[in-house]
Ligand binder design. Structure first.
Ligand code: NAP
Length: 254
């Protein structure tokens, strides 16, 4: 196996939700693989810290304050990223939120927030980025799904619906661009230790349930996404499209 097929040198990636958690780890992984990275999220201070850490890996980074609920901001910032870097090769749709509540207590506003951030935001980002990829005949889109895209858990009605939607969106995007050099795949993580799940981490009963439910008996660490992200972003995965690859310590196999 030649290591060059994993090489991301000269590639430019956009990562949404790059200010913390898995997005930050993804930005670091892509930079370690050789890519320059445009970091999108809302928190300027946290983005600047991630930018500095990517630069310390010897790669170029730009931090952009972008709300994925705001189509105009997306379109303007993607244009600015293309101007700054010349092109975009890799889009990682990662920004996400969750509201955990029983079905009967969910408000319309909470539903809209989760579905619009986790699903519509991915659509709007792809609509802004992929035309440039199509014109060059090359691109990798990686959508962040979840084990909750395929299994259910109580109090996850909007989140699980959004992640199931991400898996289906991934298939449709993959089909539409399959003959035009773009591969679209999704990553389906189990529980990883990030701010999104801080509440669960601090609840011994919920933490223990997740450990017990996982064949490998533990949570994931953000750095453990690196290999899969580099694989899906690189030429190593050129004949794979429309798939969701679960990184879950075995959760979804039983
Ligand atoms: N951690 C897990 O256990 C786990 C498991 C399965 C799937 N995932 C998925 O992985 C992704 C990242 O999760 P995480 O655990 O890293 O979450 P996190 O630590 O809460 O980070 C979420 C990221 O999304 C950004 N974000 C949220 N709303 C946004 C918006 N409207 N516009 C732009 N950026 C926005 C946040 O940045 P700002 O606040 O700065 O905007 C932040 O960078 C999500 O899609 C999540 O569903 C996570």
């Amino acid at each position: 196996m030649h290591q060059e097929i994993f090489d991301l040198s000269g590639r430019v990636a956009v990562v949404t939700g790059a200010s913390k958690g898995l997005g930050k780890a993804i930005a670091h992984a892509l930079a370690a693989g050789g890519a320059d990275v445009a970091l999108y999220a809302r928190n300027k201070e946290e983005l600047e810290a991630v930018k500095a850490s990517v630069e310390s890996l010897g790669r170029r980074a730009e931090a952009s304050c972008v709300d994925v609920l705001d189509k105009q901001a997306i379109d303007e910032n993607v244009k600015a990223t293309v101007r700054a870097f010349g092109h975009i090769d890799i889009l990682v749709n990662n920004a996400g939120v969750n509201v955990r509540k029983p079905v009967l207590e969910f408000t319309s506003e909470e539903w809209d927030l989760v579905l619009n951030t986790n699903l519509k935001g991915y659509l709007l980002m792809a609509q802004a980025v992929v035309p440039d990829m199509l014109s060059r005949g090359y691109g990798k889109v990686i959508n962040m799904a979840s084990i909750l895209g395929t299994v259910g858990l109580p109090s996850q009605v909007a989140y699980a619906s959004s992640k199931g939607g991400v898996m289906q969106m991934t298939k449709v995007m993959a089909l539409e661009w399959a003959k035009r050099g773009i591969q679209v795949n999704a990553i389906g993580p189990t529980y990883f230790e990030t701010p999104l799940v801080a509440q669960l981490r601090n609840d011994p009963e919920r933490y223990g349930f997740i450990v017990d439910r996982t064949p490998m008996g533990r949570w994931g660490q953000p750095e453990e996404l690196a290999g899969l992200v580099i694989f899906l972003a690189s030429r190593a995965s050129d004949f794979i499209t429309g798939q969701t690859i679960f990184i879950d310590g075995g959760w979804t196999i039983w």
